[in-house]
Design a protein. Structure first.
Length: 462
């Protein structure tokens, strides 16, 4: 029998609660619908009170619940179930000898986190967050799920406002941290723009263990600021980028079909390795992951093997062959999220792609950009031209400013909503085309990518 993750008495000790019933759990979840048999259900209050779903959680196989009011089922009673979850996470950290690292950044943090996780898996017993569990609930939940025998763990930490990263990274207390990059994201929440974003990202150093490692993007304009902040926190800085002073210096990135080859100097020694990623930004992403794995005492061979086999995540550059009458097209799905930094990177990647037909860009609104949002959308006309994109399809009120800035020859179609744009893209697609879909989650770019896959992947072309 597998050792339990937590016992009822262990949960009570960790949270200061009172156990009712003797039970063991093998996982922790906050969603009564998706939990596994034997999980602990944490009843959080929110838009909907988790206590209203305890009965359903038990029907679905929960072994017990963490609650803030008594229930007629095995449970641990605490004054505040959210504070109880935080305490459970801290207890999981304190009882473990695992090396821990944390990743943040304006773009690329989920992909880099999962690439690091792939390397940790090859190196031994590892633990990581699932999906993008990077907020005030996701981080303590990921900690609470960490088994006692874990040797290495990686955590993703995100933010929308200042003072959000500090409490989370202090909860994790990592031995290594990475900031993938700093750019114009969530600007509506930062009156001083990117400077505020940089300060918020620098909060990652607030929880860095003494003498820990900070992996930073040497090509980012905020590198000097971040390096100083890391140094003030007692961190050892390792940089990745194109500068000769970088510990991991990118010297080449070559796309070959559905793969890429990265050339670099790692601590001054030449190194070449392959990726299943074709986005140009993966040159730097891979170097960031390599330095993080090095800081986590992962063998170089295991790190390179993990990067070689790491597949693009859904909505973050995954490619799909679309079968049309008379041939095939290629979908590059970048629909998970977007900001000016990631949009420019995606367009550079599209421009570098060899095509037999046309390059099509399907873009939806970038959100949370503040008062300069319309200008930032219109400014995408230049990278679209530089990438030699043939046709541009746009959805959303913010993207209307880009539509107005485009020459008529590049305008493919416009709609107020993503769902209304999808039929226009389907009608326009032709064999040989490479089509990239990108936009913010809230502007529903994923609907367009899904519509293309549904229509064409199974050969249901027009």
């Amino acid at each position: 029998m597998t050792e339990p993750l937590w016992t009822a008495s262990g949960i009570a000790r960790a949270t200061g609660g009172v156990a009712a019933g003797d039970f063991d759990v093998h996982g922790v979840d906050i969603d009564s619908r998706g939990l596994a048999v034997g999980d602990l259900f944490v009843a959080l209050a929110g838009a909907r009170d988790g206590h209203d779903f305890v009965e359903q959680a038990m029907v679905n196989g929960a072994a017990g619940a963490l609650v803030s009011r008594p229930i007629n089922a095995p449970h641990v009673l605490v004054p505040d179930s959210f504070k109880g979850l935080e305490a459970l996470g801290v207890a999981a950290r304190d009882r473990s000898s695992a090396l821990r690292c944390a990743v943040t950044g304006s773009v690329g943090k989920t992909s880099v986190t999962q690439a690091v996780a792939a390397g940790l898996t090859l190196a031994g017993r590892s633990h990581t967050s699932i999906k993008s569990f990077n907020n005030h609930i996701g981080v303590p939940l990921t900690l609470a799920r960490m088994p006692l025998a874990t040797q290495r763990a990686v955590f993703e930490i995100g933010m929308n406002h200042a003072d959000e990263i500090t409490p989370l990274v202090r909860m994790v207390q990592p031995q290594a941290v990475a900031i993938t990059t700093v750019g114009p994201v969530h600007l509506e929440n930062f009156p001083d723009g990117e400077a505020g974003v940089a300060r918020a990202k620098a909060e990652i150093f607030d929880g860095l263990a003494p003498g820990g490692t900070a992996v930073l993007n040497g090509d980012n304009p905020w590198f000097g600021f971040l390096k100083a902040r890391a140094g003030a926190a007692g961190g050892r800085v390792l940089a990745f980028g194109s500068d000769e002073d970088c510990a991991a210096r990118l010297t080449g990135f070559e796309v070959m079909g559905g793969r890429a080859r990265v050339s670099c100097l790692l601590h001054g020694q030449p190194l070449v390795f392959d990726l299943q990623q074709t986005g140009l930004h993966w040159g730097l992403n891979s170097l960031c992951a390599l330095l993080m794995l090095e800081a986590m005492d992962v063998d170089r061979g295991a790190a390179l093997a993990a990067l070689r086999d790491f597949e693009p995540l859904a909505g973050r550059g995954a490619e799909t062959r679309l079968v049309l009458e008379g041939g095939a097209a290629t979908l590059i799905d970048e629909s998970y999220n977007a900001n000016p930094l990631s949009m420019n990177a995606a367009l550079r990647t599209l421009g570098a792609r060899a095509v037999n037909g046309r390059r099509l860009a399907i873009l939806t609104d970038m959100l949370e950009l503040g008062p300069d949002s319309l200008a930032m959308h219109a400014a995408l006309a230049q990278p679209l031209e530089a990438a030699e994109v043939d046709q541009v399809f746009l959805a959303g009120p913010q993207m209307k400013s880009l539509w107005d800035a485009l020459p008529a020859t590049r305008r493919g179609g416009y709609a107020e909503a993503a769902a209304d744009l999808a039929p226009q893209v389907i009608d326009a697609l032709a064999p040989g085309d490479v089509v990239m879909v990108k936009g913010s989650n809230g502007s529903r770019a994923g609907l367009i990518a899904a519509a293309l896959v549904q229509r064409f992947r199974a050969g249901g072309g027009v």
